[in-house]
Design a protein around this ligand. Structure first.
Ligand code: NAI
Length: 395
């Protein structure tokens, strides 16, 4: 079949297998061009199929020669639908890794469940014995609690009062005003239950109990802070509360990992286009402006550039982790540079539907959005018939 993008709001319901292959290959080539470093040996990536988790898997494999197990929740193709992008990404990743003789196996299912944790433990025990790095990179709209069966849905809302701001429909090139109503207590608690640190802690406790964590183990979860402009919807909103909880969980986990001389860390990453960030109101407009300003400064980065820096310059640097006062690694340093943020603050009020394409890089935003699903990749003929069904080697 011929596969074309079908965009519905902030998601694309199709994905292109050859395009995803190319996008993954581009990331592999980036890492190879930057060179190898002394890094982790056996890595578990939870949320490994797209965005920051996929980039972490690529960097540890091709940058440090690590063996990886990736956990994710993706859908295979059937008669009517293509697979999800994360499925194709993983098929591509494993193919490329295996060609280069790297160990890479995957587990597809709900990482919040006991069953998937159990399956992962068995695979680690069989093939890796222990892991020396656990990356926690889940982004999910809901979580079923593994003990109670309660379903928690996260919301992206301000706290305390309603918030009105500009947002963009990037594909229609329309800037609109949006008012987001303040979250009620239950919504805050639900968002923390989904995107906070509880599940990360359950994973680490379980792996420790099963003796699957190596001496000196490191675990890292990803967070975001962003500028004042997005504080009401991000840092000071429901998702920000979940990130606060994640940060406290890191401190808790570091204490628990002391007997292994291990540590739990938070890396604060830059805003990039992923399926998760596209869903947050206001943020896509900010990202479009950020891209414009950072590209002009020559400091623009995507997931792979960020994560390569995280590993090479922080996590496995001979010069130490380089954390901020709160103990977090800040690879959002370039995004948060004063000159960049001053420019953004000055341009923000001037953005309208009329000035959008001139003042922001909304085209770059859309291009990256398409690439998330394997569209707009170089050297791919989108007019050609392709087989939507594709196996992941290890599944
Ligand atoms: P993403 O949407 O690209 O990736 C999410 C991953 O989680 C995918 O591999 C997906 O399969 C997996 N997943 C979701 N639900 C699952 C479940 N129930 N079981 C197993 N796997 C599941 O997200 P992105 O943007 O890479 O986010 C990862 C982390 O990075 C999040 O904590 C996010 O807050 C953080 N972050 C994202 C930024 C951004 O601009 N996108 C900026 C800074 C931090």
């Amino acid at each position: 079949m011929m596969i074309q993008p079908k965009i519905r709001g902030f998601i694309c319901t199709t994905a292109h297998p050859l395009g995803c292959y190319q996008v993954v290959m581009d990331q592999v080539n980036y890492v190879k061009s930057k060179g190898q470093f002394m890094g982790p040996k056996c890595v578990l990536v939870i949320g490994a199929s797209t965005g920051y988790g996929l980039a972490s898997r690529i960097v540890t494999t091709f940058g440090a020669g690590a063996k990886t197990i990736g956990v994710f929740y993706e859908r295979e193709a059937d008669e009517k639908r293509t697979a999800t992008a994360g499925w194709y990404n993983t098929a591509a990743f494993e193919k490329i890794a295996h060609q280069d003789h790297y160990f890479a196996k995957s587990i597809n299912g709900d990482a919040f469940s006991h069953e998937i944790k159990q399956q992962t433990a068995e695979l680690i025990r069989k093939d890796l014995k222990q892991v020396d790095l656990v990356i926690y990179s889940l982004a999910s709209p809901r979580r079923i609690h593994p003990d109670t069966g309660q379903v928690y849905s996260s919301v992206l809302k301000p706290i305390g009062r309603d918030f009105t701001s500009k947002t963009v429909d990037a594909f229609r090139k329309e800037v609109k005003e949006i008012t987001l109503s303040a979250a009620v207590e239950e919504e805050i608690a639900n968002t923390v239950a989904v995107m906070g640190g509880e599940d990360w802690e359950i994973w680490m406790d379980f792996l420790a109990k099963e003796n699957l964590l190596a001496e000196g183990v490191t675990t890292v979860a990803y967070s975001y802070i962003g500028p004042h402009l997005t504080y009401p919807i991000y840092k000071e909103g429901t998702i920000g509360r979940a990130k606060d909880h994640l940060r406290m969980t890191a401190q808790q986990l570091t204490k628990k990992l002391q007997n292994l001389h291990g540590k739990a860390l938070i890396s604060v990453n830059k805003a990039v286009v992923t399926q998760a960030s596209a869903a947050i109101p206001v943020v896509p407009l900010y990202i479009s402006l950020l891209f414009k300003v950072m590209k002009e400064q020559g400091t623009h980065e995507g997931c792979i550039e960020q994560i390569y820096r995280l590993f090479k310059d922080h996590l496995y640097s001979p010069h130490g982790l380089g954390c901020d006062a709160e103990g977090q690694i800040r690879i959002d340093d370039l995004e948060m540079q004063e000159a960049i943020q001053e420019k953004i603050a000055a341009l923000w009020p001037k953005i309208t539907s009329e000035t959008l394409t001139q003042l922001t890089d909304v085209e770059g935003y859309c291009d990256e959005f398409y690439r998330l699903f394997g569209f707009n990749a170089k050297n791919v003929d989108y007019e050609m018939d392709v087989e939507a069904k594709m196996k992941i080697d290890s599944l």
